[in-house]
Structure formats: structure tokens, C-alpha cells
Ligand binder design. Structure first.
Ligand SMILES: C[S@@+](CC[C@H](N)C(=O)[O-])C[C@H]1O[C@@H](n2cnc3c(N)ncnc32)[C@H](O)[C@@H]1O
Length: 413
């Protein structure tokens, strides 16, 4: 394949450099705006061969697995961009999504997260001819890049990699890839193996032995607990919560605490708050210090954890929980009649049906939390058209060096 030289014009939403060739966009990973790079072209993608004229914003990536010279670990896409330009790009992702819906917003400076602060990871693993590979998928492929270090994950998770590899080796069979979810809790690692299929009794017993030797707090197969040496504990603004295996929690404690503060301050003064897509209570529990809270969510185990934490925490205002599919059955305007504040934090698909009900309700303050600026913008458009004023938007870099960004939009009327 021929090597050709192109000039990169801008960064795309996935962190690729974009050049224009014959009027068509060409995407080049690990390339930056202003750079002239040598590439090998396949369709609309160019594989970086070398950087001929580097950008002044190019910097050395902190992780050896990153980039075309590393193992192309797909976890990060922008370690080679200096921090100021990187922060601007993240903020711009939110701005672009809102602008596409005609929303002019006061977007605050990016709230940053430190390297080594990610407490949750999902590794891919697979038995191979001469052993086992465990790491993250290369971008856009099912090839697993074996990981020895990671600049994003907490040091405790990085230190656990050799043990996780042993555990995966015990459970792996048949060469099919499977996942290992790891959450660093305050009482130790909460490890859940997923997508492994049926395992033999001996492998199960060996895995339990390994979990005890490695001092994990808990080991599960999917949601089935195999061994629980200690209950995994997290704190949401100082409130103890025992999350269920594989249940959603925010990726970084730093981001979680910043988000709790922002949401709590905005909904200050509300007497009755609905926390929709509540998970195990990241927002509901701290908010119950200031108002009665009705939490709704589709994961029964998460709601049970929320309910138990509420019952065991003294001084909270009343908390109710309801298991409910909010895509199919959003809280109606009638059900929101006594509610004056709402926080919603849906999965990437957003909260379109729920936003319509809130727009038509008497709710006066909303905090919309999202990990997907495109669906956030769509839902904000519904709320704004329903009479809400967008006060501000706060982007949060919960997914460091990746193309993902968290944001909280604060609205009132
Ligand atoms: C981004 S998480 C937020 C959880 C929580 N607010 C937190 O901060 O930990 C999204 C939550 O939506 C829940 N969820 C997904 N689909 C749902 C649905 N159709 N109805 C209700 N909840 C749903 C998930 O179980 C998950 O807990």
C-alpha cells in the first residue's frame, strides 16, 4: 500500500485527526490539527506511519500501551495532545452537540479528573495458544491489547493486574473472549466475571480460592456472588452504600463528589426531588439530607442497595424507591405533581420520553446529568421548548483521554 502525505485540519469527535482528500473526510488516529503526517490509506481511514511536521500541541503520551508505537490499546485516544488543547477539545464536544440543536449555553470550564483516579474498569480476556491475554480492545477491533500499566486506572487496580490474569486463566475455556469488571471499593476489589458461560466445579472452587488468596472483597460470576470476604463499600458524600455486583457506579470518586455537590446546590430549596435513573443512589442519598427523594430506576438490585443505605443512614428525609422502566413508562406529569426538583442521569440513549413529561409538568428545577452530549442536547431542547431556561452546563472529564465526556446541565423556570 502506498504511503502518502496529508495535512490534518481538525480533531473529530472520536479524537481522530481529520484531513480532507478530494472533498472527503479522512480519519487518522494519533494525528493532530496542523500536522503533516505520512499515512497508509484504507477507505476513509489513514493508518499513521510517521509524523513529518508535528504540532506544537503534541506531547509525549504517559502510557506505553498508547498509540501506533504501543499496543494501540483502545482505552485512550488523546494522550498525545497537551492538556490545555485537550481540555478545550473536551469542552468543545459539549458545545458542538448543543449548537447542533440550536442551544446557546453558558458552558463552564472543564472539571478535570486526575490520572490514576478511575476506580472502575471492564477488561476483556481470552485464552490464547500460549496463555491468556487480558487488557482492553484495540480501537474498533476485537483484538485485545494486553495491559501491564495504565495511566487512567487507580494504582490498586493496576497492581491487581497479575492476579486478575491468574483468575482469568483459571476460568477461561474455549478461546471465547469474556469480561472482567473490577471496582475498587473502600473494603477491597469487587470483581465480576461476565460472558464466560458454564464453568466446571473445579474452576469455580479454584477461582474462589484465588479470590481469597488475592484478598478481593467479593468475586461474582455476573450477578451471582461466588465469595464475599467483605461487603464492598462505597461512600456517596459520606453515606455508606453496598453496591450490587456489576451495578452502575460513577467511574471516578472525584467526579462523583463534584457532581453530587453541583446537583445538590442547584436543587437547594426544593422540598420534593425525583432522582430518575437513580442507580444505587449517587444523587438520591446525599439529596435526602436536604429534601424528600423519590428514586426510580430499572435495576432492582441497585434500588435495594439504595433503600438499605437510606434506612441505615440517620438524619435523612424520606426516601422512596420504585423499580420502573423509564423509557417505556416515564414518570407522568400527574406523578410529578408534588415534585419541585428533578435530577435525571440516564444511560447513553438519554431520557427523551421522561424529558417530555418534565417539560409538561410543574417542576421548577432540573439537573440533567449525561455521558452523551448528543442525547443530552436532544433532551435539553425538549425542556427548553417546554419553558425551562438553561442556566449553565458543566462538562466533567470523567473519562480521561477518551472521547467521552460527562456533563451536567442546570435548568430552571
Ligand atoms: C448513567 S447510570 C446513572 C446511575 C446513577 N444516577 C448514578 O449516578 O450512579 C444510568 C442508570 O439508568 C438505569 N437504566 C437503564 N435503562 C433504564 C430504563 N429503561 N429505565 C430506568 N432506568 C434505567 C441503569 O440501571 C443505570 O443505573
Amino acid at each position: 500500500m502506498n504511503v502518502e502525505s496529508v495535512t490534518i485540519e481538525r480533531l473529530g469527535a472520536q479524537g481522530d485527526g481529520i484531513a480532507t482528500i478530494n472533498g472527503e473526510a479522512l480519519y487518522v488516529g494519533f494525528a493532530l490539527p496542523g500536522e503533516t503526517v505520512a499515512i497508509r490509506r484504507t477507505g476513509s481511514r489513514g493508518a499513521l506511519v510517521s509524523v513529518e511536521e508535528p504540532s506544537s500541541a503534541r506531547t509525549d503520551p504517559p502510557c506505553r500501551h498508547f498509540g501506533p508505537q504501543g499496543d494501540r490499546c483502545g482505552g485512550c485516544s488523546l494522550q498525545h495532545l497537551d492538556i490545555t488543547a485537550y481540555n478545550d477539545w473536551k469542552k468543545q464536544l459539549v458545545n458542538d452537540a448543543l449548537s447542533a440543536r440550536g442551544i446557546d449555553a453558558d458552558i463552564k470550564a472543564l472539571i478535570t479528573c486526575q490520572p490514576g483516579s478511575r476506580r472502575r474498569a471492564v477488561f476483556s480476556a481470552r485464552a490464547v495458544k500460549n496463555g491468556l491475554v487480558l487488557g482492553f480492545n484495540q480501537t474498533g477491533t476485537h483484538i485485545i491489547a494486553s495491559i501491564e500499566e495504565c495511566a487512567v486506572l487507580s494504582p490498586a487496580i493496576v497492581a491487581a493486574l497479575p492476579g486478575l490474569r491468574k483468575l482469568a486463566g483459571i476460568l477461561a475455556h474455549g478461546g471465547k473472549p469474556f469480561r472482567i469488571q473490577v471496582l475498587e471499593s473502600l473494603t477491597g476489589l469487587d470483581v465480576a466475571v461476565d460472558g464466560i458461560g458454564k464453568i466446571r466445579e473445579k474452576a469455580r472452587q479454584d477461582a474462589i480460592g484465588q479470590a481469597l488468596t488475592l484478598s478481593y472483597a467479593r468475586l461474582s460470576l455476573g450477578t451471582e456472588i461466588l465469595v464475599e470476604a467483605r461487603k464492598p463499600v462505597l461512600k456517596f458524600a459520606g453515606i455508606d452504600v453496598l453496591p450490587p455486583p456489576t451495578g452502575f457506579v460513577q467511574a471516578s470518586t472525584e467526579a462523583q463528589e463534584a457532581m453530587i455537590d453541583i446537583v445538590g446546590a442547584h436543587l437547594n430549596g426544593a422540598k420534593r426531588i425525583a432522582d430518575l435513573f437513580s442507580g444505587c443512589g449517587t444523587f438520591a442519598l446525599p439529596l435526602a439530607r436536604q429534601a424528600a427523594v423519590d428514586a426510580a430506576e430499572n435495576d432492582g438490585a441497585a434500588l435495594k442497595a439504595l433503600d438499605q443505605a437510606a434506612r441505615h443512614t440517620p438524619g435523612l428525609k424520606p426516601v422512596t424507591v420504585e423499580r420502573r422502566d423509564l423509557f417505556r413508562r416515564p414518570l407522568s406529569t400527574a406523578e410529578l405533581k408534588k415534585t419541585d426538583g428533578v435530577v435525571f442521569d440516564p444511560p447513553r440513549a438519554g431520557a427523551q420520553a421522561q424529558a417530555r413529561e418534565i417539560a409538561a409538568s410543574g417542576v421548577s428545577k432540573v439537573a440533567a446529568v449525561s455521558c452523551n452530549p448528543a442525547t443530552l442536547a436532544r433532551d435539553l431542547r425538549i425542556l427548553i421548548d417546554g419553558g425551562f431556561r438553561l442556566v449553565s452546563v458543566l462538562p466533567i472529564d470523567q473519562f480521561l483521554w477518551s472521547p467521552h465526556v460527562e456533563a451536567i446541565a442546570l435548568l430552571e423556570r
